[in-house]
Design a protein around this ligand. Structure first.
Ligand code: PLP
Length: 364
């Protein structure tokens, strides 16, 4: 045990279960197909790679603390005001900063039953109380979320689409939730997977931020932009929230190579589109294949699928590992019978489909 007799962190910190990232290696297999962290199998845009390499000449200097060129590029790509954007070291940092700034002991942070785990961790790290609302059909239930609000609620997180379910709620539902919030609460729309949604007009929550002063959107460069290693995310928010985030963030929270690569990545809209289309093709193909092999798949709008193993998750996971395929177990999300599989490239999807088709055969 690491607990010290007299030196103790604030109450509640030792109750936090540390976040467990996706596994990286399958021991014994001679190659690993990593499908455990929803990364982009196509990698970053060539322009982002080049910008990252070029940043080597500036390594002795502190980065631009305001990340102005990057924020301008984000604003340009999405038609936003630069002044309403703050960047962070991954959207994880922005989630943590929102909790730190807006929630503390006695306050509640609300999210859905199978919501992204960092909401719970960040709420507890801030000393606040995490509260969950039940889902319906593995989808955020707006009525249940509204029923979960109290006068202590300070933050409400909705990942849309959600990780690990891959499901989404419509803008109307989010608007209804925002309008039902108590006066002191903020709605955070976590749009980490928004670029994968192929519905016309889907803006990840931008319109809701623009029409209200209690809605914030977070985005990431870790998913479709293929820059997870660089830790880069951004928030689009009303001015009063931007002001708060700028007070609590570290002065140089985004590295210069990350700023350079992110700027190039967001300018390469054609590459983003290519990745979204490729993901859609292989996600839908793999979903169909697995369903055909007797593994129902939750219909997903993101770059991963949640697969029902009928209670055989441990067995299927171990079997996939023998084939070098690493997926994500879902116990931490209260879904012990499911596995989450990221959509890899064509070869990876074919390897998964092939392996899963063979699973029953081996078992029986
Ligand atoms: C819903 C959701 N939000 C946020 C993140 C964090 O992303 P990052 O900190 O890499 O930007 C993830 C990563 O898996 C996610 O699934």
């Amino acid at each position: 045990m690491h607990a010290h007799a007299t030196i103790q962190p604030r109450e509640g910190i030792l109750e936090i279960a540390p976040y467990k990232g996706g596994e990286r290696y399958a021991l014994g297999a001679n190659r690993t197909i990593k499908l455990s962290s929803n990364e982009n199998p196509l990698g970053p845009s060539p322009a982002a790679r080049a910008a990252y390499l070029a940043a080597i000449d500036g390594l002795a200097l502190y980065p631009d603390g305001a990340a102005t060129a990057l924020r301008d590029a984000i604003a340009g790509a999405h038609g936003l005001e630069t002044a309403q954007i703050v960047c962070g070291a991954g959207s994880d940092e922005l989630i943590a900063l929102l909790c730190k700034a807006y929630a503390g002991p006695g306050d509640e942070v609300l999210y859905s039953q199978h919501g992204f785990l960092m909401y719970r961790i960040s709420a507890m790290a801030a000393g606040a109380t995490p509260v969950t609302a039940p889902e319906t059909d593995l989808t955020t239930d707006i009525d249940a979320m509204i029923a979960g609000l109290s006068d202590r609620t300070r933050l409400v997180f909705v990942a849309n689409p959600n990780n690990p379910t891959g499901t989404m709620v419509g803008e109307d539902g989010l608007a209804r939730l925002a309008d039902a919030l108590p006066q002191r609460a903020l709605l955070v729309i976590d749009a980490a997977y928004a670029e994968y949604v192929r519905q016309p007009g889907h803006d990840g929550g931008i319109g809701l931020v623009q029409s209200r002063d209690n809605v914030v959107m977070t985005r990431t460069f870790s998913k479709i932009h293929g820059l997870a290693a660089l830790r880069l995310g951004w928030t689009y928010a009303p001015g009063h929230v931007i002001d708060v985030l700028n007070r609590v963030r570290g002065p140089f929270n985004v590295t210069a190579p990350a700023q350079a690569a992110g700027e190039a990545a967001i300018r390469d809209g054609a590459y983003v589109e290519h990745c979204a289309v490729t993901n859609e093709v292989w996600r839908d193909w793999l979903s169909k294949e697995l369903t055909g092999s007797g593994f129902p798949v939750v219909p997903s709008l993101a770059n991963f699928i949640l697969v029902d193993t009928s209670g055989r998750a441990a067995e299927v996971d171990a079997y996939l590992k023998t084939r070098g395929i690493i997926v994500r177990r879902m116990e931490g999300y209260g879904l012990p019978g499911h596995l989450r599989i990221s959509i890899g490239d064509e070869a990876a999807c074919r390897a998964v489909a092939d392996a899963m088709a063979g699973f029953d055969g081996e078992a029986s």
